[in-house]
Design a protein around this ligand. Structure first.
Ligand code: BG6
Length: 520
């Protein structure tokens, strides 16, 4: 029996993309695969089989992908002859993934491709479809035996790679997530499942662990004795673009909070894993989710604010309201903004609020974590504006990736006044963030068979257990949905969830270019 050793690239592989004509495939998957192809990081014998309902052939499909490469790759990354070489390994099969009758056709196409590239049936399926198909596809794959890792080859039984990558959101609520987990468990083994959350593929998100666990000075302070509150912001200055159909069914809580923001909380709050490996790392993530303090209905009303952007005049341009976007009903109550306060009920974090927020059509695109340390117990010095200067550690996930530590320093001259100054590290100092997108990193990990940065079934479940009651509360007719003009920092009611003497940190701190600024 041929065994692929753990964490090694197979010699041959077919990546099957469900949703081949979709937005994610063009924007992220194909450019990321090209980024792996360029430095020779794909298996020696590799092919993509993209599936979709649109009636393409290989020849009519490839030019669309070539266009996407030119559009979405960073400047200088596109090379016409390399792109041609890469795209010659991309094939298209027109089929309806919801129709079980179409799966024998898929099996035949795969067998033909297997022959062409001498592949012993190694397949990775990538589900880049509307979430409504997440439950159907694994069952249909199982019905034609495409789920099984043990296949019968010419030499008797062969061990083939069969992995499946599922996009977020995994489930629509707790009940559907549990049901999906059941379906996947019945068709695949957990080690074959790669629930993707692309935030975990970001260098700066992984660096939270390096900051905390590769340094001796932060961890002793990283607890309720020294930290007063933690703020996590992940906002965007874009609307929903052409994703109206998906977004209106999803909303910000399912799209960003239950997964991306929850992961950021987990990395900030987790205990150090004994080793950085799939089980030990993911155990610690699950423990954080298990510690989220459940909220009563009243607490949800006091701690969670949802909003939806309204029309506005912004930067001299008219921006339409969410309800006027394509495919959005005029009376939609889908949230495009969420801010909330949550607590991690464990020994380390008891009583420390975590404030998290996300939104579309905000003034800028920025993701950052601000750790606010407690002030000194006694104030000896005056400050220029009479304010106290508690220390802050800012982890800027994007853009202008870096870390900034704020502390007080004496103002030169007579007297003894102090002011806030910054010590900054930006990733430029390490040669910048590698151009590879988070998707490249995660696709590579999946090909290598390393699930560490993918979400395990128990983590999905625990996260939903916490967030599901919020969705239920939102079903109540009188639960407010606040409007906010596109281009602003969200409904002002989001300020009310922060303790009275504090406010959200404005990530656009009007700093100089050498610091962690963001464009406004
Ligand atoms: C995706 C969401 O998962 O993350 C999008 O579906 C969002 O709505 C995107 O725009 C944000 O990711 P990034 O990497 O651009 O910050």
């Amino acid at each position: 029996m041929q065994q692929t050793p753990a964490h090694s690239l197979p010699q041959s592989l077919i990546l099957v993309i469900f949703g081949g004509s979709g937005d994610l495939t063009k924007r992220k998957l194909i450019p990321s695969l090209y980024q792996l192809f360029k430095p020779g990081k794909l298996p020696e014998r590799f092919a993509v089989l993209a599936l979709g309902r649109t009636d393409y052939t290989d020849e009519t499909y490839r030019p669309h992908l070539d266009e996407s490469l030119q559009r979405y790759l960073a400047e200088g990354e596109y090379d016409a002859s390399l792109a041609e070489q890469f795209l010659s390994g991309v094939h298209y099969l027109s089929m309806d993934p919801s129709e079980v009758a179409d799966y024998p056709k898929l099996k035949e196409s795969l067998a033909r491709l297997d022959e062409r590239i001498a592949n012993p049936g190694n397949y990775i399926y990538y589900l880049s479809t509307p979430p409504s198909l997440y439950g159907v596809i694994p069952q249909h794959l199982a019905e034609v035996g495409l789920n099984k890792e043990e296949t019968v080859g010419p030499d008797g039984e062969t061990q083939a790679i069969r992995r499946i990558v599922i996009e977020k959101p995994f489930g629509y609520d707790l009940a559907s997530a549990l049901e999906l987990n059941e379906i996947y468990r019945s068709a695949f083994h957990e080690h074959q499942l790669y629930r993707i959350d692309h935030f975990l593929g970001k260098e700066t998100v992984q660096d939270i662990m390096a900051l905390r666990f590769a340094n001796g000075i932060f961890e002793p302070l990283w607890n309720r004795n020294y930290i007063e509150r933690v703020e996590i912001t992940a906002v965007e200055n874009m609307g929903i673009e052409s994703r109206g159909g998906f977004y209106d069914q999803t909303g910000a809580l399912r799209d960003m909070v239950q997964n991306h923001l929850a992961q950021l909380v987990a990395l900030t709050a987790m205990e150090p894993p004994v080793q950085f490996n799939a089980d030990l790392f993911r155990n610690e993530v699950v423990k954080v989710y298990q510690s989220f303090r459940p909220m009563t209905k009243e607490e949800i009303r006091g701690s969670v604010v949802r909003g939806q952007y309204t029309e506005s005049q912004w930067k001299g341009e008219h921006h339409r309201a969410y309800r006027e976007e394509d495919k959005i009903p005029a009376d939609s109550r889908t949230e495009t903004f969420v801010a909330m306060k949550l607590f991690v009920d464990n020994w380390r974090w008891q009583g420390v609020p975590f404030y998290i927020r996300t939104g579309k059509m905000m003034p800028t695109k920025v993701t950052e974590i601000v750790v606010h340390f407690k002030p000194t117990p006694h104030r000896m010095f005056t400050t220029i504006d009479g304010e106290t200067i508690p220390n802050q550690l800012i982890i800027r996930i994007q853009p202008n990736e870096g870390i900034s530590l704020k502390f007080a320093a004496k103002v030169p001259g007579s007297g003894f006044e102090v002011k806030r100054v910054s010590m900054n590290f930006t990733y430029d100092q390490l040669g910048g963030i590698a151009s590879g997108d988070a998707y490249s990193r995660l696709l590579e990990d999946c090909m290598l068979g390393d699930p560490t940065l993918f979400t395990r079934s128990d983590a999905v479940e625990m996260s939903w257990r916490f967030f599901d009651p919020i969705l239920s509360s939102w079903q109540e007719e009188d639960f407010p949905l606040y409007g906010y003009p596109a281009g602003t920092w969200g409904p002002k009611q989001s300020d009310t969830i922060i303790d009275r003497e504090h406010s959200w940190t404005n990530p656009c701190r009007n700093l100089t270019n050498s610091e962690l600024y963001c464009e406004l």
